[in-house]
Design a protein around this ligand. Structure first.
Ligand SMILES: Nc1ncnc2c1ncn2[C@@H]1O[C@H](COP(=O)(O)OP(=O)(O)O)[C@@H](O)[C@H]1O
Ligand SMILES: [Mg+2]
Length: 362
């Protein structure tokens, strides 16, 4: 997938701008606060119809304006052109058009324009609670499998209903109905998460070994209560407890993914550099699986490339992602000379954009 041109109106600190992009590496350099990440976020809006940060659409509208428009001309790997326009108006909400036709549901868009983001905020995947890791897997899986998203929505609404019901001293029959609904979706979610973590595992190991010269092996493991039995059984076993607590205490809403290095928890025993290399390995593994499933090479956003990585490692990463396995790449850094030096060390071609006060120029 290649983004050929990008136009932006009133998106964050970008009043108006238009750029033509390279099929390979696009670098955005400029001071902190210049608008480099904002440009990447505009690309993210085109791919997934939302920000890569946890902010609302209205927070992405330039201060004092009514709405934003992000407009992009893409090309699939087989050469097919596509145009995506994402607009948001404070009063009318968000619209997404693909080749001039408006989507009825934004979720229909997800997965057609694959994208992978590496950013400083990825560290939340290691430091935050299991919820953050579930959210990551959910987002990843919804790009490759639309059915997954609907199972997840079904599961969450059945869970809410069951929790409500538990507060009302329900009959056995009523509970059994909800247990059955929950179980059906949970089984599908469990199966998909098991598969994807199994597929990620060897790739994360492979990329981590390429990115670091250390001997430690890394591991990623899916943890779910459903590994001890079907949810239907588990719900029966925990029924008394659920009555007392008035909420559902087992299920895939409690799943986690464990990251480890040399057999120990990455969060506690990994250095900052090791954690960062791990996260990049995870994202590159995600990239590979997305490319396989979607059939287009995803767009790769590398925000603040040098964040916690030394120059040698960055050069290693650049050599890796400039290979045939990867496609179009967007890189940001605040230090032009450091970036240029590292790019030439890695021996890769690139296009450089200077970002200044919300505008990008060649
Ligand atoms: N809705 C908005 N309207 C106007 N400016 C915004 C908005 N949201 C963020 N900004 C500005 O964008 C700038 C940050 O841009 P960013 O792309 O994160 O910078 P960097 O180049 O460091 O990546 C800040 O100056 C911030 O005030
Ligand atoms: Mg930034």
């Amino acid at each position: 997938m290649i983004l050929d041109t990008l136009s932006i109106i009133n998106f964050k600190n970008i009043a108006e701008g238009q750029i033509t992009l390279s099929k390979q590496i696009n670098c955005f350099v400029g001071d902190n606060g210049a608008g480099k990440t904002n440009i990447l976020d505009a690309v993210h809006y085109l791919a997934l119809a939302r920000s890569m940060h946890t902010i609302t659409d209205s927070q992405s509208v330039r201060h004092g304006e009514e709405g934003f428009v992000v407009d992009g001309n893409f090309k699939h790997d087989d050469g097919r052109p596509e145009r995506v326009v994402c607009g948001y108006q404070r009063r009318a909400g968000k619209t997404l058009k693909r080749n001039g036709k408006e989507y009825e549901r934004l979720s229909e868009h997800v997965g057609s324009f694959p994208i992978v983001v590496v950013s400083p905020s990825d560290t939340a995947l290691i430091s935050d609670s299991a919820e953050e890791r579930r959210r990551y897997v959910n987002r990843f899986l919804s790009q490759i499998d639309r059915g997954y998203m609907s199972q997840l929505i079904r599961y969450n609404s059945a869970l809410q209903e069951r929790n409500k019901l538990l507060k009302t001293n329900p009959s056995e029959e009523m509970l059994l109905i909800y247990d059955a609904m929950l179980s059906a979706s949970a089984d599908a979610i469990f199966k998909r998460r098991t598969e994807i973590v199994g597929q990620l595992k060897p790739l994360v190991e492979e990329y981590y070994a390429m990115l670091s010269d250390e001997r430690e092996s890394v591991d990623i493991e899916y943890r779910s209560e459903l590994q001890n039995g079907s949810l239907a059984e588990l719900l029966l076993q925990s029924r008394q407890k659920d009555f007392v607590n008035e909420f559902t205490s087992v299920g895939v809403h409690r799943d986690d993914i464990q990251f480890s290095i040399g057999g120990f928890a990455l969060r506690k025993f990994g250095s900052q550099g090791q954690q960062k290399s791990f996260l990049i390995a995870l994202k590159l593994a995600e990239y590979r699986l997305l490319a396989e499933h979607v059939g287009d090479k995803p767009i790769l956003l590398l925000d603040d490339l040098f964040d916690k990585l030394d120059m040698r490692r960055v050069a290693q990463l650049l050599r890796l992602v400039s290979g045939d396995m990867f496609g179009q790449i967007f890189i940001t850094d605040c230090n032009k000379h450091r970036l240029q030096h590292t790019l030439s060390e890695a021996g890769v071609e690139y296009q450089l954009f200077h970002v200044n006060d919300g505008s990008a120029t060649l």
